[in-house]
Write a protein that binds this ligand. Structure first.
Ligand code: GLY
Ligand code: MN
Ligand code: MN
Length: 447
């Protein structure tokens, strides 16, 4: 029996990350956790979430903390809580306690960081969390952070899996709650209840909607009708900040109609085709294009599109129904490191295409061991896209509009899983939540 190496204590994991940063970026670095943001007045704030780059090296979820990293050594800057703060917030750990916990070599009051900025590289903005100290926004630091955070260590993978497990339970709860629910809000509540009860938070605003064609729908008031498909894109974030991101689409009635089922299986074929070839060295853009061709081929088989899948994709006809990219990086952020623009998503020298079928592709790099990505193809009937496309007459040869009408009311389908690239292939971290239509029907009907 192979002996399992016990996991490293967190403080050692953090130290390794700092040492690796020092190798990639010899200059000192200053990072801030951020400040709570007022919701409507100062004492009523949005839930605080520490900056992800800061979290990566500290594991600390506290506001108003800064760190300086120099040759792998961490200096901590934070204030001890004032005596009156205990009245409102209870006792909090002291600077010295935190410093010992995370392996700091020295610890000073928060404002003292101002004296340590000379020569240090920092990041732009951090969502407005940086004090206005005229930081030097360093492209070299961005490059080093991307080189580190693209590939996940065991601690990170363990946390993503923990978040994914809770997300899967939330989706099961959503399916089970559907027969007894009358609105989207009730299903959302059943799903988020699982996440909250596990001491986690949502990694992003949940999408739970019978209007899945609105890609980032954040309304939950619609009534559920028996003929609707419900699209739920709900993902948990572990207390450590690591994220997960799952979408399932299921029939409110517990049975897909034949038209819904036909389109669902086309999206599933696109999803499965990507998973089947994902491995180190494969270009993520090629996964996207494979999903597009599989979708186009399925729509040709259903009589909705006419032509060769390759040509249809070449001319972006598939994008009328699948206008977004097949997925993105996943890590401490649900779209990992998108605060750095496309620096993480796009390999050096690569830039976004302006093609309709490619401009929303968030990731264009070769896959590599320990990367985690989502695979999330979809089919949508977006009136704002299909209306003008039909009116233009431009697609009359390639789209059979009359046949498309048979699928009227199938507004949005997406299937999304979290995928870890392994040395020889990939592991679907969210595979324990089924994607097969019958399995989803069983989970809804079993309620
Ligand atoms: N949940 C956001 C996304 O799937 O990209
Ligand atoms: Mn996603
Ligand atoms: Mn998602």
């Amino acid at each position: 029996m192979a002996l399992q190496t016990p996991p490293l204590p967190l403080v050692q994991v953090l130290q390794r990350r700092r040492d690796r940063l020092a190798q990639l970026h010899p200059r000192p670095v200053v990072l801030w956790s951020g400040q709570p943001v007022a919701r409507n007045f100062r004492a009523n704030t949005y839930p605080f979430r520490a900056n992800s780059h800061f979290l990566y090296f500290t594991g600390l979820t506290l506001p108003r903390v800064a760190i300086r990293l120099d040759q792998g050594q961490l200096t901590l800057f934070m204030d001890d809580a004032s005596p009156e703060s205990a009245l409102w917030h209870g006792p909090t750990p002291t600077r010295e306690t935190i410093a010992a916990e995370i392996g700091a070599i020295a610890a000073y009051p928060y404002q003292a960081v101002e004296g340590y900025l000379a020569e240090a590289a920092t990041l732009p903005g951090q969502g407005g969390h940086n004090p206005d100290l005229g930081p030097d926004h360093s492209p070299a630091l961005v490059e080093a952070l991307v080189a580190l955070r693209l590939y996940h260590d065991d601690q990170a993978l363990g946390q993503i899996k923990a978040a994914a497990a809770v997300s899967m339970a939330a989706h099961r709860a959503g399916m089970a709650a559907t027969p007894g629910a009358t609105t989207e809000a009730q299903v959302r509540a059943a799903m988020e209840q699982v996440i909250i009860a596990q001491g986690m938070t949502c990694a992003y605003n949940s999408i739970v909607t019978v209007h899945g064609e609105v890609l980032h729908n954040e309304q939950y008031h619609h009534a559920l009708a028996p003929g609707d498909l419900l699209l739920a894109d709900v993902g948990a974030e572990a207390p450590s900040g690591w994220a997960s991101d799952i979408t399932r689409t299921w029939p409110v009635s517990g049975r897909f109609s034949p038209a819904q089922r036909d389109l669902y299986d086309v999206v599933l074929a696109a999803h499965d085709a990507c998973i089947a070839i994902a491995k180190p060295g494969v270009e993520y853009r090629d996964l996207h294009l494979l999903a597009c061709r599989t979708l186009a081929a399925g729509l040709v088989d259903l009589g909705v599109l006419r032509g060769h899948p390759e040509d249809l994709v070449e001319h972006d006809v598939h994008a009328l129904f699948f206008p977004h990219g097949v997925g993105h990086l996943l890590g401490l952020d649900v779209h990992d490191m998108e605060d750095l623009g496309d620096a993480a998503g796009y390999a050096p020298g690569r830039h976004r295409s302006d093609r309709f079928g490619l401009k929303f592709l968030r990731l264009d790099r070769p896959l590599a061991d320990t990367m985690v990505v989502t695979i999330e193809p979809g089919f949508y009937q977006v009136p704002a896209i299909l209306g003008p496309a039909r009116q233009s007459g431009q697609y009359d040869e390639t789209v059979n509009w009359a046949r498309l009408a048979d699928f009227h009311g199938v507004r949005g389908i997406r299937i999304e899983n979290d995928v870890q690239i392994t040395p020889t292939g990939c592991t679907v971290l969210t595979a324990a939540l089924p994607t097969q239509a019958e399995a989803l029907e069983a989970l809804v009907s079993a309620a």
